[in-house]
Design a protein around this ligand. Sequence first.
Ligand code: MYR
Length: 131
Amino acid sequence: TFNGTWKVERNDNYEKFMEQMGINMVKRKLAAHDNLKITLQQNGDSFHVKESSSFRTLEIDFTLGVTFEYSLADGTELSGSWTLEGDMLKGTFTRKDNGKQLLTTRIVQGDELIQSYSYEGVDAKRIFKRA
Ligand code: MYR
């Protein structure tokens, strides 16, 4: 279900979320239009992710339940893992700089992949369509 290439189509409350994350206004404006594209490839418990945006391109491998490191485009480092609960990927990550939690989920609904984000009481979504 997750497999394939997804490009962001719209955001819901993403600017407020980034503000809560401490990202400055200039970067928020750029990040709101980052043309994020992700390619997901699942093999059993393992996922390969290709991420590309106007900021960078990178590839990530993770295994469900196994902690890995991930850096945001602004350099903020996270550590955490994804698990699969039913049809939903649930990510629990911790910011290395302040120890606070960032929760994220991915679910495919119809022709959309919906990624939710939650940090310090602010929730947001990014909605992707197949590229
Ligand atoms: C992946 O599966 O794509 C790699 C791991 C993703 C970790 C969590 C991503 C949270 C991104 C938050 C963006 C916040 C921008 C302020």
